[in-house]
Design a protein around this ligand. Structure first.
Ligand SMILES: [Zn+2]
Length: 266
């Protein structure tokens, strides 16, 4: 069995949905493939985390207000569609359903890069909001980069850069494992005055990219690539403050290549 198939079947394997022969094949592969075994462990850890937390929280009043404002704004933006009455017969409805499903699938596979980026921005904003809920901000709470960085070792297949920016006005709060873009990522949590800043980091194959700003649900996002890593910063700072944070971080990253993110070779 190839890794490709083993990874495809991993969810079903965890759910005990595989038939016996496939299950055995997956188990044989897992026994001999460290990479897939690690993916399985990460998936299991994620499930345990999700199962261990009550997934419903009452949002604080200021967040509820912000969400309601965002929803109202979106409703006002949305064009009004008039629906014409349509005569259905079941066969046509069935065919239309199949066609619609196919279209959705084709659309999902062929999403332009920009739109995929938009989905990712949406994911990042949602993850940031989740992190602000009680007890979700940091798995490791420490202002010391020498405590936070090693904490990620063995939990991710890369070593994220953890930079102390206290001198620049952004003390470290800690770190957290998260899941974005269909992979486990590091979140490094900073503070600026009373504001929380999540910095998401994961390996990127693409070349370096200058920071690009956007906003989602009232939060400012800034993404860039540097030294083989994708960075995504999000907070309720204003765009200028976000730019200043990114500049401080990028300068320190350039100045300390030892702190550059490194892919762990296993
Ligand atoms: Zn494998």
């Amino acid at each position: 069995m190839e890794c490709k198939h083993s990874q495809e079947w991993m969810s079903a394997y965890l759910d005990e949905e595989l038939e016996a022969s496939t299950r055995v094949q997956v188990e044989i592969h897992l026994a001999g493939c460290a990479q897939c075994a690690q993916t399985l462990a990460q998936l299991q850890a994620l499930r345990t985390r999700l199962a261990g937390h009550a997934m419903r929280y009452a949002a604080p009043a200021h967040m509820q207000e912000r969400i309601h404002t965002a929803i109202r704004a979106q409703r006002q933006d949305r064009p009004v569609h008039t629906v014409k009455p349509w005569r259905w017969n079941w066969l046509a409805a069935g065919a239309a359903g199949v066609a619609a499903t196919a279209l959705v699938l084709i659309a999902a596979w062929n999403l332009p890069i920009r739109q995929r980026g938009d989905l990712l921005a949406q994911e990042v904003a949602a993850s940031h909001i989740r992190s602000l809920m009680p007890n979700h901000l940091a798995d490791i709470v420490s202002t010391d980069q020498h405590t936070v960085k090693p904490w990620f070792a063995g939990k991710l297949d890369f070593s994220p850069p953890v930079i102390d920016l206290a001198q620049q006005g952004y003390p470290l709060i800690g770190g957290r494992l998260d899941f974005l873009d269909q992979r486990p990522v590091a979140s490094i949590v900073y503070q600026y005055r009373k504001h929380i800043l999540n910095l998401y980091v994961w390996p990127a194959a693409a070349p370096d990219m200058a920071p690009q700003a956007s906003s989602r649900q009232g939060f400012q996002l800034l993404r860039w690539r540097q030294g083989g890593m994708q960075f995504f910063a999000v907070s309720d700072l204003n765009p200028q403050q976000m730019g200043a944070f990114s500049l401080a971080l990028r300068t320190r990253l350039d100045a300390s290549p030892g702190q550059q993110a490194t892919a762990q070779t296993r």
